[in-house]
Structure formats: structure tokens, C-alpha cells
Design a protein around this ligand. Structure first.
Ligand code: SF4
Length: 406
């Protein structure tokens, strides 16, 4: 969501939704989530399925061409979510979803990816569509993303190229020789596309693991020099969906704190517009929470996985989240009626379990949904905002002094 807020246009011409929820469709998607916060809080406690998910992560396939040190998803058989499932997924929704992440495996391995995303967008009606890629297929990215941003001119697309290092170091982390150069090519293609299409944001996504955390400040500088619209970092974590539960990949807290402090310094723009500042502060709260989690604490927020968000796997299994892997139901068993699945006994049970166990993890997508639903978030953002203002005031140009004096 950090990136999402940065350049959200938040409108759509989708016929399915325009007659149903026309007015609110033009409000930014996040406001929809916040507006329904009391219902989501109640749903989380009681387990009910009145409120359908606001955020969807859809893994459209499990296959991947990379062999990352932090992820073993390539060990799974290559299953693919059918076009029919993609088209029917949103059938029972009464209002458009806010945020769709099209995930994998590597999504661009699918020849029919454009059709897959079109079906999902038409069915779910999200304002914001996030597509991560390892950047191995610049030609496919150009073709598919070009088609999508043209087909849905009033939706916000965010394509994140995953880069965890520079040159050979990145290739070694990916287990894929030449992948850094291909990813740079993909970035260049996307940037050229974004020049012509304002509904496309081009980002770099980095996973900070124990393998790159010490060098991350230098990596961060090199990646920013590639000119992305945004650079976001996520901590490496064990997730059921990535088949990496037994890998020791999380960084130590101290170097992680240094890494994110550097990232925050380098991405701070004094003249940033108001919304971009808000996004920056939101990311800082995420980094602070992750640091606390790495030190053995909790993220400090209630988790709304399975309550306000869900993860659809390539075989049609709907999970609360990809980390815990708790199954809410199988789409096929409910004739692809997500609303029925959402209200089903298993989904209710999982929801109550997550609330009772106070589950906590640093999954970034989920953390931003949780932050939006946390009533303490505005106060935290205000505090960060005031601290920023104070710092800027202290550094204001004073006649007769130089930058160094300040
Ligand atoms: S904290 Fe939320 S996202 Fe993380 S494992 Fe638990 S339920 Fe899943």
C-alpha cells in the first residue's frame, strides 16, 4: 500500500461496478477500507463473514525460473489458476476490491498473463493492481503491461522488479546467471512505458535477508541510481507458500536497523508532496514494527488476514495468508463463490484462531492492511510528521551559516 498511495488515481470505468457503487468508486480505495474498519474489527472477533475481502493476493502459478536462496517455491509442481477461476472469483462481491496483487511463482512465465489479469480486474474491480516480477522476461513485461495499462487506463498499476543485490551478487541470490542484467532491461522497458502511461508506477522491491543485509546500504544506492519511482524493502521471512519454512534467512536486528535507516534517509525528499510524505511515514512505521519483531517482539498490530484480505493459490485454495497457510476453503468446493466460502465454517474458525492467537509476522502487504485498520495509526503518523517538521526546521537555512554548520 505504501507504493499504492504514492500515485493513486483510484477511478475505474468497469461496467460491472459503475452502476452498483458508482459514487464511492471514485473515492480512493484505502478510504473504503478505513470506512469499514469497525465492521472488519467486529468480524475478526466474531469470525463472521459479512465483510468480503478488500485486498486479494492471487498466485496465478507456482512455477518459477529462479532458484532464490530465500525461496523454494520452484520445488512445487507448476500449477496454474485457470482462466475460469480468475473470471469467477469476483462473482459474489458486492463492492469492488481495493487492492489486487498478482503473484506467483513468476507471473510472466504465463503466456496468457494479460488475459488472466484482465479477468481478475473485471471480476474483482480493484483500483490498484500490483504485479511483482523477477524481471527475467522484458519482452513479455513490455507486451503484457503495455496491454493492461492501455486496457484499464483509469486503474493504477504498480509493477515491482525484485532486486536484492547488484550484478553477480544479485545473480547468486537468485540462483540465475544474467538475471541482474535482464532485470535492468525490464526496468528500462517499464520506465519507457510509464513515460507514456501515468497509470503505471515502476518500483524496485528488495528482500533484506541475512545474505545481503550488511551490504544493503550500498545496494540501496545502486538500485536508486536505476531511477525507479519507488524502492521498497521487505524483510526475508519464512512462509508456507514459499516452501522456505526451514531456511534461516531473517537478518539480525542491528544490521537491519542500519539498512532501513539508510533507505529512509536516501528516499527522504524534503519537498515531497503531502501524500508521498504520508507514505514515507507509513513505511517507517512498518520498518519500526519489523525491527521489534526481529528482536523477538510482535508487530504490535492486530492481523486482518482472512478477515479483510486473502490469498488465492494456483489450485484454487483460499488461504488467510501465505505465511501461516491456514486454509479458508477451496473455490471449487463452493462453485467458485467466494462469498459463500468466506461465510463458511472453516473460514470462521480460522478467523477466530488468528484473533485468539494474536498471530504476528512482517508480511508487508498484510502489514499495510493492518496499519490502515489500526486506530492508532493516525497518531503514529502524526508523531513522525511532527518529528520530520522539527528536523526540517532545525536544518532550515540560517543567514550566515553553511550546510555544514547546520
Ligand atoms: S500475522 Fe497475519 S499474515 Fe502473518 S502469519 Fe499470522 S495471520 Fe498470517
Amino acid at each position: 500500500m505504501g507504493q499504492i498511495l504514492a500515485r493513486s488515481e483510484g477511478t475505474s470505468a468497469a461496467a460491472k461496478w459503475s452502476g452498483i457503487d458508482g459514487a464511492s468508486y471514485y473515492t480512493p480505495g484505502v478510504l473504503d477500507l478505513v470506512r469499514n474498519a469497525p465492521l472488519y474489527h467486529l468480524q475478526r472477533q466474531l469470525g463472521t463473514g459479512w465483510c468480503l475481502p478488500w485486498a486479494f493476493t492471487v498466485s496465478v502459478l507456482s512455477g518459477c525460473n529462479a532458484r532464490c536462496r530465500t525461496c523454494h517455491i520452484h520445488r512445487l509442481p507448476d500449477r496454474r489458476l485457470s482462466l475460469e477461476a480468475c473470471a469467477r472469483l469476483g462473482r459474489g462481491l458486492r463492492r469492488p476490491a481495493g487492492w489486487l496483487t498478482v503473484s506467483g511463482g513468476e507471473p510472466f512465465l504465463r503466456d496468457d498473463l494479460a488475459a488472466v489479469v484482465e479477468r481478475l480486474v473485471e471480476g474483482l474491480g480493484p483500483r490498484l493492481i500490483n504485479i511483482p516480477t523477477n524481471g527475467s522476461f522484458p519482452e513479455a513485461v513490455q507486451r503484457v503491461v503495455g496491454q493492461l495499462v492501455h486496457r484499464f487506463p483509469r486503474r493504477q498499476f504498480i509493477v515491482n522488479v525484485s532486486l536484492d543485490g547488484v550484478g553477480d551478487e544479485h545473480d547468486a541470490l537468485r540462483g540465475l546467471p544474467g538475471s541482474y542484467d535482464r532485470a535492468c532491461e525490464t526496468l528500462a522497458v517499464l520506465r519507457a512505458l510509464a513515460e507514456r502511461r501515468p497509470n503505471l508506477v515502476v518500483g524496485i522491491h528488495s528482500v533484506i535477508s541475512r545474505f545481503n543485509v550488511e551490504r544493503f546500504p550500498a545496494i540501496c544506492d545502486a538500485l536508486l541510481a536505476l531511477g525507479p519511482d519507488s524502492l521498497v524493502a521487505e524483510v526475508a521471512e519464512n512462509r508456507a507458500e514459499l516452501v522456505n519454512e526451514t531456511l534461516a534467512i531473517a537478518p539480525d536486528p542491528e544490521p537491519f536497523a542500519r539498512a532501513v535507516a539508510h533507505l529512509e534517509r536516501r528516499t527522504r525528499r524534503r519537498t515531497a508532496p503531502r501524500l508521498a510524505r504520508l507514505v514515507r511515514w507509513l513505511r517507517r512505521t512498518y520498518h519500526d514494527d519489523v525491527l521489534r519483531w526481529l528482536e523477538g517482539g510482535s508487530m504490535g498490530r492486530s492481523c486482518f488476514a482472512g478477515t479483510a484480505s486473502c490469498h488465492v493459490m494456483p489450485d484454487g485454495t483460499v488461504l488467510a495468508c501465505g505465511v501461516r497457510g491456514a486454509v479458508l476453503g477451496q473455490l471449487e468446493a463452493f462453485d467458485y463463490d467466494l462469498a459463500a466460502l468466506w461465510r463458511g465454517p472453516q473460514a470462521r474458525r480460522v478467523r477466530r484462531q488468528i484473533a485468539a492467537e494474536r498471530c504476528s509476522c512482517p508480511l508487508a502487504n498484510q502489514a499495510y492492511v493492518n496499519a490502515a485498520l489500526d486506530p492508532r495509526t493516525p497518531l503514529r503518523l502524526l508523531r513522525l510528521g511532527l518529528a520530520d517538521r522539527w528536523r526540517e526546521w532545525q536544518r532550515r537555512p540560517v543567514p550566515g551559516t553553511t550546510e555544514r554548520d547546520r
